[in-house]
Design a protein around this ligand. Structure first.
Ligand code: GCO
Ligand code: CA
Length: 262
């Protein structure tokens, strides 16, 4: 008999906002490891397309329309999901937005909008999913952090504040919930080739060469590079791992970098 520590068969995973990009890649990873995938989005059209894509890939998947920043709809959706699909074993707080504006030009409402989706959203969804996990005796929560949980960058102040906050929220969730057998951890993606980074990556944008030279692995991440960390933190293999952020970054945080002419 062999035991597969990474097997997610029979588990229900809610991955917020997993209708494209990194969220979708991680959700497919969890699905391929055996989990049933539940995704949400604000609009039904994108959600239907995403669920169709998961199904075409042979994965069991369900979509629910709700906004992670609206606690009333989050509570209603969790009740529906747990009745219709099953108790949520794994929560991945992936939904997020970014606004690139220098601080002096940024409107307060825009700063607040980013904090609301990227930091308050994970608080609201985790709070309400964890209540059930506590009753059932355990679960897995993964907060999607960022390089900006550790580093600043021109024009992304609200995003960096939110993602830095999300790293600390991860530690606080681990502090409060580890005793209930809930493992809360984060994944911090480095720079990945997605639609979010397209504006700073394509059409000869200077940031493209900068990132390639700043990344010891010498390339942008491919969304599938995140699957291993997502499966690990969702599975029995991480049952005594609490409050960490795994940076999947090709080594960016390991190094100060080097002059561009070397
Ligand atoms: C930016 C931000 C993000 C990063 C990502 C890194 O420059 O716009 O740095 O878009 O891609 O979050 O982890
Ligand atoms: Ca189950």
């Amino acid at each position: 008999m062999s035991i597969n520590l990474f097997d997610l068969t029979g588990k229900v995973a809610l991955i917020t906002g997993a209708v494209h990009g990194l969220g979708m890649a991680m959700a497919k990873g969890l699905g391929n490891a055996g989990a049933t995938i539940v995704v949400n989005n604000n609009s039904i059209e994108k959600l239907d397309e995403a669920v169709a894509e998961y199904k075409a890939a042979g994965l069991k998947s369900f979509g629910y329309v709700f906004d992670v920043t609206d606690e009333k709809s989050v509570i209603e959706a969790i009740t529906k999901i747990e009745t219709e699909v099953g108790p949520i074993d794994i929560l991945v707080n992936n939904a997020g937005i970014i606004k690139r504006t220098p601080i002096v030009d940024m409107e307060v409402v825009d700063f607040e909008a980013v904090i609301k989706v990227d930091l308050v959203g994970p608080f609201i969804v985790s709070k309400n999913v964890a209540k059930g996990m506590i009753q059932r005796g355990g679960g897995k929560i993964i907060n999607i952090c960022s390089m900006m949980s550790e580093l600043g960058r021109d024009s992304v102040s609200a995003y960096a504040a939110a993602k830095g906050g999300l790293k600390m929220l991860t530690k606080n969730m681990a502090t409060e919930w580890a005793k209930y057998n809930i493992q809360t951890n984060g994944i911090g993606p480095g720079y990945f080739a997605t639609s979010q980074t397209a504006p700073i990556r394509v059409n000869g944008h200077p940031f493209n060469d900068f990132i390639i030279s700043r990344t010891p692995a010498g390339r942008w991440g491919n969304p599938d590079d995140l699957q291993g960390a997502a499966i690990f933190l969702s599975s029995k293999a991480s049952d005594f791992v609490n409050g960490h952020v795994i940076y999947v970054d090709g080594g960016i945080l390991a190094t100060i970098g080097k002059p561009s002419n070397e």
